[in-house]
Design a protein around this ligand. Structure first.
Ligand code: AMP
Length: 170
């Protein structure tokens, strides 16, 4: 499957200097979408995953079908102020300024083995903060899975668990 042909580079989006990986052509192609979800789920079959955490917003596209394939639950990590129940928050640094993500207090427990999912690994700041939140609640982070690893940005170095990506750009 020539997946790369279904990923579109959009220069200077959302701001100058960033080459945005637009996955919407891949999402719209039935064979490509099925291939990506199946590849991500297959890698983690039989590892006792109980929860699949998706990071808002594009992590929400992939985490639920992977959770269903693994017989696990889905947990959303959201942008601030979106979750209705008691939540924990984690701030993390961006190139300019900071960002914050949140998780419900009761979303995972010490009995959970968690797979973390997002669409793109860039600098790794978002996923590093997401892993902190899950561990704060006592759960075990088993691995992180991405559709795309922008390996030239070195995000994997910030993550202390195994990472899996369907596509790597070097
Ligand atoms: P980072 O925290 O730098 O690893 O950024 C990860 C988050 O930003 C992911 O949720 C991605 O959806 C998004 N992101 C960062 N860089 C890109 C890019 N070049 N193309 C598409 N999404 C990106």
């Amino acid at each position: 499957m020539e997946l790369r042909t279904h990923i579109r580079d959009v220069p200077d989006f959302p701001k100058k200097g960033i080459v945005f990986k637009d996955i919407t052509p891949m999402l719209g192609n039935p064979a490509a979408l099925a291939h990506v979800v199946q590849a991500m789920a297959a890698k983690f079959q039989g590892q006792g995953i109980t929860k699949v955490v998706g990071i808002e917003s594009r992590g929400f596209i992939f985490a639920p079908p992977i959770a269903i394939a693994l017989g696990a639950g889905f947990v959303p990590i959201r942008k601030p102020g979106k979750l209705p129940w008691k939540s924990r928050r984690q701030e993390y640094g961006l190139e300019y300024g900071t960002d914050t993500i949140e998780i419900h207090d009761d979303a995972v427990t010490a009995r959970d083995r968690v797979l973390m999912v997002d669409d793109v690994l860039a600098t790794g700041g978002t996923m590093e903060a997401a892993c902190k939140l899950v561990r704060l609640l006592g759960a075990e982070v088993v691995a992180c899975a991405f559709v795309i690893d922008l390996a030239f940005l070195g995000g994997a170095k910030r993550l202390d668990v195994p990472i899996f990506s369907v596509l790597e750009y070097t």
